[in-house]
Design a protein around this ligand. Structure first.
Ligand code: NDP
Length: 335
């Protein structure tokens, strides 16, 4: 059936959806919760489930969808599947969407597709991504990782070209250290293409950006979109009673069940109790916590069902924390 987006998708609601935050000192607003297609959008997942999640997200004001060249499996399939659904459902809404993709990890055979940050790889990969997604441009193009073997000037030069050639509107970097981020920002500034955003990992179980990165992003006016804010599902109710057969830990190597140690589960259970005391699910607590610092523009979640997406968006109902709560959370939000 023809998709018509919910006409109330941007209305201020008591459930807090359609909450937008400024990306650093740029003009771009992003939804506080964005949706990533790393998992659950490959060829092994029913297209109708993918479509239902994407429609629901857009209907609830999630305007930002994040991709990368190698999301799947197989590589490229998340972009292709998104492209199919985009052509059928979302194309009329292109100007309401922020679409991003990335290049940095291995993608195709031979020396030019093995990842890294060369100009050759980045621009060829971006052209392939645009073709798979069926769009003329992406809103944000990322260097997916710092490449110690390529001069940073070359990688940033490729991002600048992506923007100047109209293939991307903004430039981003992912998982760069604070120091490399400063260097990248300076190079891009000189080129005349500001660095819009950094995409680091960040969650209650992974707090490196508080030490190394957030001050740099704040100083430089760069936005921050935190990936895996639920620690791939560990900061939800998913693993409180074992490892379900349909879960990521059971099905995918990206989340090893070995990470679910007794010590981690002890912290997760304590956080779950605190969430219950606030009238939230654990996932909602984890997302609200990751958004407590205004330098974090958006949290980038994954979802394998509409129910998970809805649960996560419910975080926006209750974002605030008092000092006492934050102190008690600190005892259990440990790397
Ligand atoms: P999350 O930490 O949000 O983990 C998502 C997974 O957690 C889901 O697939 C699901 O697992 C489980 N989950 C989510 N919500 C709930 C819920 N309410 N209740 C129970 N379980 C839940 O993020 P991801 O690790 O998926 O990463 C999100 C996005 O970040 C990616 O899609 C990608 O866009 C980006 N990313 C970027 C990286 C980079 O290098 N730049 C690296 C990694 C991610 P299950 O499948 O078990 O149901």
């Amino acid at each position: 059936m023809t998709y018509l987006a919910d006409p109330t998708r941007y209305d201020a609601r008591s459930d807090g959806t359609a909450t937008f935050r400024r990306t650093g000192r740029s003009g771009l607003l992003l939804p506080a919760i964005s949706l990533g297609l790393w998992h659950n959008f490959g060829d092994g997942r029913p297209l109708e489930t993918q479509r239902a999640i994407l429609r629901r997200a857009f209907d609830r004001g999630v305007t930002h969808i994040d991709l990368a060249n190698n999301y799947g499996p197989p590589y490229g399939s998340a972009e292709s599947n998104f492209g199919t659904i985009y052509a059928q459902d979302l194309r009329p809404y292109r100007d309401e969407l922020i679409l991003s993709t990335k290049a940095g990890y291995d993608m195709w055979p031979g020396p030019y597709g093995q990842g890294g940050g060369s100009r050759k790889y980045l621009l060829a990969s971006l052209d392939q991504s645009l073709a798979r997604m069926g769009v003329d441009y992406v809103d944000i193009f990322y260097s997916h990782r710092f490449d110690p073997d390529t001069p940073l000037e070359e990688t940033m030069g490729a991002l600048d070209t992506a923007v100047r050639s109209g293939r991307a509107l903004y430039a981003g970097i992912s998982s760069y250290s604070g120091e490399r981020t400063r260097e990248a920002a300076a190079i891009l500034r000189d080129l005349g293409t500001p660095l819009l955003i950094h995409q680091p990992s960040y969650s209650m179980l992974n707090r490196w950006i508080e030490e190394d990165l957030l001050d740099v992003l704040g100083d430089e006016g760069i936005g921050c979109i935190a990936f895996s804010p639920l620690a791939q599902g560990m900061l939800t109710g998913r693993y409180l009673d074992g490892v379900p057969a349909d879960s990521r830990a059971a099905q995918d190597t990206s989340l090893s069940p070995d990470l679910l140690t007794e010590q981690t589960l002890h912290h997760v259970r304590a956080l779950n109790d605190m969430a219950a005391a606030r009238g939230q699910s654990l996932a909602q607590l984890a997302l609200a916590w990751a958004l407590r610092d205004e330098r974090v523009t958006s949290v980038l979640i994954g979802a394998s069902s509409v129910e998970q997406l809805d649960d996560n968006l419910g975080a926006l109902d209750h974002l605030g924390f008092d000092d006492d709560e934050l102190k008690r959370i600190d005892e259990h939000a440990v790397d």
